[in-house]
Design a protein around this ligand. Structure first.
Ligand SMILES: [Ca+2]
Ligand SMILES: [Ca+2]
Ligand SMILES: [Ca+2]
Ligand SMILES: [Ca+2]
Length: 302
């Protein structure tokens, strides 16, 4: 809505270039751009590796920015160490120099297990990954360039998830659900080590709950589930393909208000959803006519 408003204002000024219009359109079409915008705005620092960095213990401390390094006949391995907070997103581009040979990179956790280990990077080529952590995981991680010869560039960008504007990840289980206020649109993202996003919100009795879910066009198909305060499933979306919207209206009766839960799961990538409530208006009462005779709505005949 805000974007539409901005677009109208700008049009009134008559100063939109075609390129800007295209950007606005892609922003409106692709909610996930909210996540990526900060990547483009941030000024990137460029640093050069410090040797020796030939083991986990010697791992050079790095943070978001561009790092230049080289492997040679005498320098067979480069270790880099960085910290990720809970709910972080790690974006990494590894670019092999034009005259490099057979360079290989891996991302490893503190225990030395591979999180990412792509095939050899050909000269001048880039290998990229984006890894999400949920709000309970974080810690020390390593990027290791461990095979090949020649110069390379490591572009590391660490950001945090921002599910429903919370600045972090919506919890991966019902007891860690993120509280939200119905009445607006929300964006979230899941994937990799972030497998589920749970939200909770309150609905007054006798209201109509309106929901809609849209996995981003760039995402993998997802599933959504609505659960009642008793945690039983009220509605399940089925598999929602990328870019499609699945709307749903749920009629609450006079006694079925309370805390409800939404779960996004199954796929990966960004998604959008809307939640709003409106009061029922049975016989213009502004609410629901009771489901039991004791709660029957009093109407005046005639
Ligand atoms: Ca080196
Ligand atoms: Ca080294
Ligand atoms: Ca998430
Ligand atoms: Ca999550």
């Amino acid at each position: 809505m805000r974007l539409r408003h901005i677009e109208r204002n700008v049009r009134d000024l008559g100063v939109i270039s075609d390129q800007f219009q295209a950007q606005m359109k892609s922003l409106m079409d692709r909610p996930s751009r909210e996540y990526q915008k900060s990547v483009q705005i941030k000024q990137k620092s460029v640093i050069t590796e410090t040797e020796p960095n030939d083991s986990y213990n010697q791992g050079m401390e790095i943070s978001s920015g561009i790092l230049k390094g080289t492997l040679s006949g005498e320098d067979r391995q480069d270790y880099y160490r960085f910290e990720l907070g809970p709910g972080s997103i790690l974006n990494l581009d590894f670019k092999a120099g034009d005259d490099s040979q057979n360079l290989k990179i891996a991302l490893r956790n503190f225990e030395g297990n591979d999180l990412w280990n792509p095939a050899e990077t050909s000269p001048g080529a880039v290998k990229s990954t984006r890894i999400l952590l949920n709000n309970l995981s974080g810690g020390i991680y390593y990027a290791v360039v461990y095979s090949g010869i020649g110069p390379y560039k490591l572009d590391l960008f660490i950001e945090t998830q921002n599910d429903a504007g919370s600045g972090t990840d919506a919890g991966d289980k019902i007891t860690k659900a993120l509280a939200i206020e119905p009445g607006s649109s929300f964006f979230g993202e899941m994937g990799a080590f972030d497998e589920e996003d749970w939200y909770r919100f309150d609905i007054p009795p006798g209201h109509i709950l309106k929901l809609s879910f849209t996995p981003d066009a760039s995402s993998e198909a997802m599933k959504f589930s609505l659960r009642s305060f008793e945690r039983s499933e009220v509605w399940y979306s089925g598999v929602v393909p990328a870019g499609e919207t699945r709307p749903k209206r749920v009629m609450m009766n006079n006694s079925s208000g309370g805390t409800y839960y939404l779960e996004a799961y199954y796929g990966s990538g960004p998604y959008g959803f809307e939640i709003s409530t409106e009061s029922q208006n049975d016989a213009a009462s502004g609410t629901d006519a009771g489901d039991k005779i004791a709660e029957a709505l009093k109407i005046i005949p005639g």
